[in-house]
Every structure is written in C-alpha cells, then in structure tokens.
Design a protein around this ligand. Structure first.
Ligand SMILES: Nc1ncnc2c1ncn2[C@@H]1O[C@H](COP(=O)(O)OP(=O)(O)O)[C@@H](O)[C@H]1O
Ligand SMILES: [Mg+2]
Length: 243
C-alpha cells in the first residue's frame, strides 16, 4: 500500500461556540494532516475539543478561522450541501452511541449511504448484505437497532461506515460504550480495515489497546495539540498480529 498521500489537512483552525453564558473557544489554532492508510488516535481530557475537531475535519461543522482541505479540496469554503455530498461519498462515521436509524433494520441502515448516492436498490441491498456478512451479522440483517446488542449495533455502524469504500473513517470514542471483549473486536475491525483497504482511521479514544495500534497519537488539551507521538509499534510497523 502506498502511504503518505494527504487525505485531510487543517491549517490554523479556530472554533468558537456562542453559548448563553460565555463564548467557548473550543479550538485554538490547530494544524493537522491525516495520511492515507494511517490510524491516528486523538487523546485528551473531556471538553478539550476532540469532537469539535472531528466535526470540522469532516465538514459536519465549519471553523471560524483557518482552512480545512479534504483530498485537496477546500471544504471549509463549501456550502452545507456540497459538504454533505462529500461526506456521504468519501467518509465513514462511527460514534460512541452508534447513531443508527432506529426505524430501519440493520441491512437498511447499511444500504442507506448507497441509496443516497443513487445506487439501484437491488445492488445496494446486495452490497449491504455482503458487508454485513463480512462483519458476521448475516443472521441479524432484519433486526432493528433496539433488538441488537451494543457490539452488534457498533458492527452495523462500521458496516455503514465502510460500505461506500470511504477514504477516511472518523470514529468518536467507538469503544466507549462497549464491554472489554466487544470493544476489542471493534478495534480489530478498524485496524484491519486501515491495513487492508488503506482507509485512514482517525479515532478519538481513551482505549489503550487502540492507541497501541495507532501509527500516531495526537494529544490535545484546551483546544490545542500539545504533543504528537509516532508509534513505531503501530499498524504500519508490519504484521504485529492483532488478527
Ligand atoms: N454546540 C456547542 N455549543 C457550545 N459549546 C460547545 C458545543 N459543543 C462543544 N462545546 C464546548 O466546546 C468545548 C469542546 O467540546 P468537545 O469538542 O465536545 O470536547 P471533547 O470531545 O474533547 O470532550 C467544550 O468546552 C464544550 O463544552
Ligand atoms: Mg467528545
């Protein structure tokens, strides 16, 4: 796999929130680059701006100052519609609490991004089933989210995130709500994904089992990057056998 291509880049990012009491300066000058195929872990205390940064990098939100590029395009100057389109086509998302659509079955949740980009329903269904099979969920295709365990819901969320072959997966504390064993399964999935498909995985996490496999660990505090660590034991270091 070729490494080194820049997928996402942020230059001089500042983000303010107008809250009713006083404005919050959530990001205070963040510069960051994310490369193809890497696992970048983001670590830092609660409230330091991790989710805000993911939201800005992925174009869910826009910064007040600075520029964000995705695959060479400046997304910080795009309108919401353009950003949404880009997200749907090139990015996958995994959240702590899964964020599946409760009124849709597992397979319907997974085919949603495909239908959104205009794939014909039969092909979309086939592809969604295929991905769910890979994640060992064939027996749960027709289950609704509330009928699934936390780990199963997170696997459906990962299926939904990868069904479009994204260039990057943004994951916000993906193991935060899972028990140890299930959390490890999710970690294994994310690591293998980045290794096998060259997907960049940017993951906010406190889970040391996950940071261990990250190629770089970025430490944040009070809206800033305070340290960037290269992990020579990370997934790029070769087959160190997480499988
Ligand atoms: N929608 C919002 N409105 C006002 N303040 C917010 C909003 N979202 C986050 N914040 C504030 O911005 C700061 C960073 O939040 P966040 O990015 O969620 O941190 P983290 O994910 O590291 O816990 C916190 O002080 C938080 O209270
Ligand atoms: Mg957060």
């Amino acid at each position: 796999m070729v490494k080194g291509k820049t997928i996402s880049k942020a230059i001089g990012i500042h983000k303010y929130y107008d809250s009713r009491s006083e404005p919050v300066h959530a990001l205070r000058g963040v510069d960051i680059e994310v490369f193809q195929g890497e696992i970048l872990a983001i670590v830092g205390p609660s409230g330091c701006g991790k989710t805000t940064l993911l939201n800005c990098l992925s174009g869910i939100d826009v910064p007040n100052e600075g520029k964000i590029f995705f695959n060479g395009l400046e997304i910080s100057s795009m309108n919401e519609k353009e950003r949404t389109k880009l997200r749907g086509r090139y990015m996958g998302f995994v959240f702590q609490f899964y964020n599946l659509v409760p009124s849709l079955t597992a397979v319907e949740n997974v085919e949603l991004p495909l239908l959104a980009r205009g794939m014909d329903p039969r092909t979309a269904r086939e592809k969604a089933r295929e991905i769910l099979k890979m994640l060992k969920l064939t027996h749960r295709l027709k289950a609704y989210p509330e009928e699934l365990s936390g780990g199963e819901q997170q696997r459906v969320a990962i299926a939904r995130a990868i069904v479009n072959d994204p260039m990057v997966i943004w994951a916000d504390e993906p193991t935060g709500a899972l028990d140890t064993e299930t959390g490890f399964e999710i970690i294994r999935l994310l690591v293998n994904l980045s290794k096998e498909n060259g997907t960049a995985v940017v993951v906010v996490t406190h889970d040391e089992r996950l940071t261990k496999y990250a190629d770089r660990i970025m430490y944040m505090d009070s809206g800033k990057i305070v340290r960037m660590e290269r992990n020579l034991q990370g997934s790029w270091a070769g087959d160190r056998g997480i499988r």
